[in-house]
Design a protein around this ligand. Structure first.
Ligand code: AMP
Ligand code: ZN
Length: 139
Protein backbone atom coordinates (compact mmCIF):
# COMPACT_ATOMS: atom_id res chain seq x y z
CA UNK A 1 0.00 0.00 0.00
CA UNK A 2 1.72 3.15 -1.24
CA UNK A 3 0.29 5.56 1.30
CA UNK A 4 0.46 3.28 4.34
CA UNK A 5 2.87 4.61 6.98
CA UNK A 6 3.73 1.14 8.32
CA UNK A 7 4.39 -0.21 4.79
CA UNK A 8 6.79 2.74 4.40
CA UNK A 9 8.51 1.80 7.67
CA UNK A 10 8.96 -1.80 6.44
CA UNK A 11 10.50 -0.49 3.18
CA UNK A 12 12.80 1.86 5.14
CA UNK A 13 11.23 4.97 3.59
CA UNK A 14 10.35 6.20 7.11
CA UNK A 15 12.86 5.61 9.93
CA UNK A 16 12.03 3.31 12.83
CA UNK A 17 13.66 1.76 15.88
CA UNK A 18 13.57 -1.85 14.64
CA UNK A 19 13.83 -4.63 17.21
CA UNK A 20 13.06 -7.70 15.06
CA UNK A 21 12.50 -8.80 11.46
CA UNK A 22 11.91 -12.09 9.68
CA UNK A 23 10.41 -13.20 6.35
CA UNK A 24 6.84 -12.28 7.36
CA UNK A 25 7.12 -9.98 10.37
CA UNK A 26 8.61 -6.60 11.33
CA UNK A 27 8.71 -5.12 14.87
CA UNK A 28 9.68 -1.66 16.04
CA UNK A 29 9.27 0.76 18.92
CA UNK A 30 6.12 2.88 19.17
CA UNK A 31 7.18 6.54 19.06
CA UNK A 32 4.33 7.54 21.41
CA UNK A 33 4.93 4.86 24.02
CA UNK A 34 2.36 4.19 26.76
CA UNK A 35 5.36 2.84 28.70
CA UNK A 36 9.03 2.53 27.79
CA UNK A 37 9.43 -0.59 25.65
CA UNK A 38 6.03 -0.23 23.91
CA UNK A 39 6.61 -2.23 20.73
CA UNK A 40 4.54 -2.83 17.58
CA UNK A 41 4.61 -6.17 15.73
CA UNK A 42 3.29 -6.03 12.16
CA UNK A 43 2.96 -8.29 9.09
CA UNK A 44 5.16 -7.35 6.12
CA UNK A 45 2.20 -8.02 3.82
CA UNK A 46 -0.31 -5.17 4.20
CA UNK A 47 -3.58 -6.03 5.93
CA UNK A 48 -5.86 -3.34 7.34
CA UNK A 49 -7.16 -5.28 10.30
CA UNK A 50 -7.58 -8.71 11.88
CA UNK A 51 -10.08 -9.95 9.28
CA UNK A 52 -7.84 -9.04 6.34
CA UNK A 53 -4.95 -11.07 7.77
CA UNK A 54 -4.09 -14.46 6.28
CA UNK A 55 -3.95 -17.23 8.87
CA UNK A 56 -0.23 -17.65 8.11
CA UNK A 57 0.61 -13.99 8.72
CA UNK A 58 -1.56 -13.93 11.84
CA UNK A 59 0.27 -16.94 13.27
CA UNK A 60 3.66 -15.44 12.34
CA UNK A 61 2.89 -12.11 14.08
CA UNK A 62 1.59 -13.86 17.19
CA UNK A 63 4.55 -16.25 17.39
CA UNK A 64 7.06 -13.41 16.91
CA UNK A 65 5.09 -11.36 19.47
CA UNK A 66 5.45 -14.17 22.00
CA UNK A 67 9.23 -14.12 21.57
CA UNK A 68 9.57 -10.31 21.50
CA UNK A 69 7.28 -9.97 24.53
CA UNK A 70 9.60 -12.24 26.50
CA UNK A 71 12.60 -10.18 25.36
CA UNK A 72 10.84 -6.99 26.55
CA UNK A 73 10.12 -8.64 29.90
CA UNK A 74 13.77 -9.67 30.28
CA UNK A 75 15.33 -6.45 28.98
CA UNK A 76 13.19 -4.11 31.07
CA UNK A 77 12.47 -6.39 34.01
CA UNK A 78 8.77 -5.88 33.28
CA UNK A 79 6.20 -7.16 35.77
CA UNK A 80 3.83 -7.96 32.89
CA UNK A 81 3.26 -7.34 29.18
CA UNK A 82 -0.14 -6.44 27.67
CA UNK A 83 -0.70 -7.71 24.10
CA UNK A 84 -3.30 -5.43 22.55
CA UNK A 85 -4.71 -5.15 19.04
CA UNK A 86 -7.37 -2.68 17.85
CA UNK A 87 -9.68 -3.10 14.83
CA UNK A 88 -11.62 -0.22 13.32
CA UNK A 89 -11.98 3.47 14.11
CA UNK A 90 -14.66 2.65 16.70
CA UNK A 91 -12.04 0.70 18.64
CA UNK A 92 -9.57 3.62 18.31
CA UNK A 93 -7.48 2.03 15.57
CA UNK A 94 -5.54 4.93 14.03
CA UNK A 95 -3.06 3.23 11.67
CA UNK A 96 -4.89 0.94 9.26
CA UNK A 97 -2.12 -1.65 8.95
CA UNK A 98 -2.64 -4.56 11.37
CA UNK A 99 -0.39 -4.23 14.43
CA UNK A 100 -0.03 -6.01 17.73
CA UNK A 101 0.93 -3.69 20.60
CA UNK A 102 3.27 -5.16 23.22
CA UNK A 103 3.09 -2.87 26.26
CA UNK A 104 5.15 -3.65 29.35
CA UNK A 105 4.21 -2.69 32.90
CA UNK A 106 7.37 -1.62 34.66
CA UNK A 107 8.20 -2.06 38.34
CA UNK A 108 6.87 0.99 40.21
CA UNK A 109 5.28 2.37 37.02
CA UNK A 110 1.64 3.45 36.72
CA UNK A 111 -1.02 0.84 35.90
CA UNK A 112 -1.57 0.29 32.19
CA UNK A 113 -4.60 2.32 31.07
CA UNK A 114 -5.63 -0.50 28.74
CA UNK A 115 -5.85 -3.18 31.41
CA UNK A 116 -7.28 -1.70 34.59
CA UNK A 117 -10.97 -1.34 33.86
CA UNK A 118 -13.44 -1.56 36.72
CA UNK A 119 -15.21 -4.92 37.16
CA UNK A 120 -18.97 -4.38 37.31
CA UNK A 121 -21.28 -7.41 37.22
CA UNK A 122 -23.41 -7.53 34.08
CA UNK A 123 -27.02 -8.57 33.60
CA UNK A 124 -26.80 -12.38 33.21
CA UNK A 125 -29.91 -12.58 30.99
CA UNK A 126 -28.41 -10.03 28.59
CA UNK A 127 -25.02 -11.76 28.66
CA UNK A 128 -26.72 -15.07 27.79
CA UNK A 129 -28.72 -13.47 24.94
CA UNK A 130 -25.62 -11.81 23.48
CA UNK A 131 -23.65 -15.07 23.73
CA UNK A 132 -26.40 -16.77 21.70
CA UNK A 133 -26.36 -14.02 19.05
CA UNK A 134 -22.58 -14.31 18.68
CA UNK A 135 -22.75 -18.10 18.46
CA UNK A 136 -25.42 -17.83 15.74
CA UNK A 137 -23.31 -15.31 13.82
CA UNK A 138 -20.47 -17.86 13.74
CA UNK A 139 -22.72 -19.93 11.47
P1 AMP B 1 -3.58 2.18 16.94
O1 AMP B 1 -4.43 3.16 17.72
O2 AMP B 1 -3.68 0.79 17.50
O3 AMP B 1 -3.84 2.25 15.46
O4 AMP B 1 -2.09 2.62 17.23
C1 AMP B 1 -1.23 3.17 16.28
C2 AMP B 1 0.11 3.32 16.97
O5 AMP B 1 1.09 3.61 15.99
C3 AMP B 1 0.15 4.47 18.01
O6 AMP B 1 0.49 3.94 19.28
C4 AMP B 1 1.22 5.40 17.44
O7 AMP B 1 1.99 5.98 18.45
C5 AMP B 1 2.03 4.47 16.56
N1 AMP B 1 2.74 5.13 15.47
C6 AMP B 1 2.22 5.95 14.53
N2 AMP B 1 3.17 6.35 13.67
C7 AMP B 1 4.34 5.75 14.08
C8 AMP B 1 5.68 5.77 13.60
N3 AMP B 1 6.04 6.47 12.54
N4 AMP B 1 6.60 5.03 14.27
C9 AMP B 1 6.25 4.32 15.37
N5 AMP B 1 5.00 4.26 15.86
C10 AMP B 1 4.05 4.97 15.24
ZN1 ZN C 1 0.55 -1.11 5.23
Amino acid sequence: MDECIFCKIIKGEIPSFKVYEDEKVFAFEDINPIQEGHTLVIPKRHAGNLWEMTDGDLAAVQIAGKRIGLAIKKALDATGVACLQLNGRGANQVVMHYHLHLIPRLEGGPPLPVSNWELKAGDMARIKAVAERITSALG
